[in-house]
Design a protein around this ligand. Structure first.
Ligand SMILES: Nc1ncnc2c1ncn2[C@@H]1O[C@H](COP(=O)(O)OP(=O)(O)O)[C@@H](O)[C@H]1O
Ligand SMILES: [Mg+2]
Length: 255
């Protein structure tokens, strides 16, 4: 199965970039500074956690890393290449895929079609797109829902479709914005096992936003913490867990 997932149709190659870098990113919305001079680097072999209280700037940063938000200053560098001016489509074609907090599926189309259109839009033939979409759906555990109308899925399944869509063209990086929000503990646990397997299965780095500290500690190799648009810590899960600034930032929100 793993080998099959890696065999892309002729003419489609997995991008080679080995790191996705945010360099001194600043984002201002009118008077509000949503991101203040944030730098980070996601590598191809890891699940990199991005955490922080609500409003910390996590989604805004992901928007910058995928072409949905232009930084006020600073830059995003993919595999050594400056991405200034790239559209979301260009990021996608160069190997940076993402999911959204809300599913954004085509609700009247089937689950399989939702994954296929992404593949077709980026250059796969119908046949190859269908085959590859089915392989992705099987991998995320939704093969038996392939013919269901997307709008009828529970949103926990919608999130998995979103991940299948993000993975269908073998990206170099995938950015997952709170994929487990609203899930039960068991569903969340199951999803985290799937996410943890992405780097080795797809040779694809993962940036994971997740608000549950316990969950993120278990799945990430490194964690970056934002609070009020600023970096307050970055390190191994064991270091982050003990970090005073992180504990203080979280004390206000949990409980
Ligand atoms: N398009 C926008 N226009 C104005 N303010 C925004 C916009 N997007 C986000 N913000 C603000 O930027 C800050 C960071 O938001 P966001 O990145 O969504 O945080 P998080 O994902 O960590 O909860 C918040 O104060 C939010 O209200
Ligand atoms: Mg967010």
């Amino acid at each position: 199965m793993t080998d099959e997932l890696h065999v892309l149709p002729p003419g489609i190659e997995q991008p080679q970039a080995s790191e996705l870098v945010a360099r001194n990113i600043v984002v201002q919305f009118q008077g509000l500074t949503a991101i203040s001079d944030v730098s980070l680097k996601v590598e191809r072999h890891e699940v990199f956690g991005l955490i922080g209280p609500n409003g910390a700037g996590k989604t805004t940063l992901v928007n910058c890393l995928t072409g949905f938000q232009r930084p006020t200053s600073g830059s995003v560098v993919l595999g050594g290449e400056d991405t200034t001016g790239w559209t979301p489509v260009k990021f996608r074609k160069q190997g940076v895929a993402r999911t959204f907090q809300a599913g954004r599926l085509f609700r009247d189309m089937t689950v399989a079609e939702n994954v296929e259109v992404t593949a077709l839009g980026l250059g796969m033939s119908r046949r190859a797109g269908h085959q590859h979409a089915m392989a992705m759906l099987e991998w995320v555990g939704l093969a038996d829902r392939a013919d269901a109308i997307a709008g009828t899925l529970p949103y926990t399944d919608e999130r998995r479709v979103g991940i299948a869509r993000a993975l269908v063209l073998s990206p170099a990086f995938v950015l997952l914005d709170e994929p487990a929000a609203g899930m039960s503990d068991a569903e969340c646990d199951d999803l985290m096992h799937t996410i943890a397997a992405i780097p080795r299965t797809f040779t694809c780095g993962v940036l994971l936003i997740e608000h549950n500290m316990g969950v993120i500690m278990g799945v990430c190799q490194r964690i970056h913490v934002l609070d009020g648009g600023r970096t307050i810590a970055e390190g191994l899960p064991s270091d982050i867990q003990r970090d005073q600034a992180v504990i203080s930032a979280y004390l206000g929100m949990e409980g």
